[in-house]
Design a protein around this ligand. Structure first.
Ligand code: TRP
Length: 323
């Protein structure tokens, strides 16, 4: 809770190219939460340091992601959109919380195990303590909910454990955050061909071409079924984009074949992305505006984050600052 309103935090790394699943599974839903919650959406650049990054590239991608948050419809007056590295309280609370987190707990994190296996030449301590920084992100803003994909469930559980452990010693400092399950779009898979991910900046022709090549089965019937993962994925995408139900979609395409359906899905996706892409291009030309958002929202995030940090410092016995 912040200012009498429930609050939430979520973040994305700027290191990958955003794809359709990121939009349907996250951004599109984030936009619907701004009236009910005090929302904090961070470009979590500090998390990105756990894997080697090219500095110029990281800076460029971070700005692109922040711009895309706005282009996707997040109003920066209502949603606090900022770079994690601009609010030092993340690192400071992360340190404190690391003293309330056990090695054994971190050792069990599947994302750590996966990443350690993938980057065997750089298993750094930051990779190991990544979940602690994530807990700090969430708890700094007194978050009640955290909208993330199911891959982050384990990280949210450890956040809750750390918060409960802290509270049991020092009193009710942190609300215990809940996972906010994103409904529509949560199950979008790639088009089963690694080359066929739909990127948010793909032009309409590319999008339609990728959908045409999507792998399906051979019975040519547009019906949702576990045995038909390819076509079911396309139906999921279509319903997430159009807001229609699975039944409505099956009916609409009852007399069509896969070819027509793929084009229809491709066109729906292209039409959905077009205004976002246009807005993105406009925004990239307005450097002053984006700079203003970056500055003002970092200040706003810093204000709330430091409030929590001061409370934590006081509880654990750090001496008061002399003014
Ligand atoms: N770990 C998340 C991911 O890889 C990103 C993230 C960092 C995050 N801090 C967070 C998500 C806090 C939700 C809340 O996708």
């Amino acid at each position: 809770m912040l200012e009498g309103k429930k609050s939430l935090f979520s973040g994305m790394q700027a290191t990958g190219t955003l794809h359709l699943g990121n939009y349907l599974g996250a951004l599109k839903n984030w936009v619907t939460l701004e009236d009910e919650y005090q929302c904090f959406y961070s470009v979590v650049d500090m998390h990105s340091m756990t894997i080697r990054q090219d500095p110029a590239e990281l800076r460029k991608k971070a700005r692109a992601l922040l711009t895309l948050y706005i282009a996707a419809g997040l109003d920066p007056e209502k949603n606090c959109i900022y770079y994690q590295s601009h609010v030092s309280a993340h690192a400071e609370l992360g340190w404190v919380l690391s003293c309330f987190t056990y090695m054994g707990e971190l050792n069990r994190m599947t994302q750590y195990k996966d990443k350690a296996a993938k980057h065997a030449d750089n298993i750094n301590a930051g990779l190991f303590t990544y979940p602690v920084l994530m807990a700090a992100d969430i708890l700094l803003f007194q978050s009640d909910v955290v909208p993330v994909g199911s891959d982050q469930k384990q990280h949210l559980e450890i956040t809750r454990d750390i918060a409960e452990r802290f509270n049991s010693i020092y009193g009710e400092v942190f609300p215990i955050p809940e996972l906010y399950i994103v409904k529509a779009g949560a199950r979008i898979m790639s088009l089963q061909d690694p080359n066929a991910s739909i990127y948010l900046m793909d032009d309409p022709d590319t999008i339609i071409r990728k959908f045409k090549r999507a792998i399906t089965d051979s019975d040519n019937e547009i019906r949702y079924s576990e045995e038909k993962p390819g076509i079911s994925n396309l139906i999921n995408i279509y319903t997430a984009v159009t807001g229609k139900t699975i039944e409505e979609t099956e009916k609409e395409f009852a007399s069509s074949g896969y070819g027509d359906f793929k084009i229809a899905v491709g066109e729906a996706v292209a039409n959905m992305l077009k205004p976002i892409q246009d807005r993105y291009k406009e925004l990239t030309q307005d450097k002053a505006y984006i700079d203003k958002v970056i500055k003002e929202n970092a200040e706003k995030a810093g204000y709330y984050a430091n409030k929590t940090l001061r409370k934590v410092h006081k509880k654990i016995g750090f001496p008061e600052r002399i003014r």
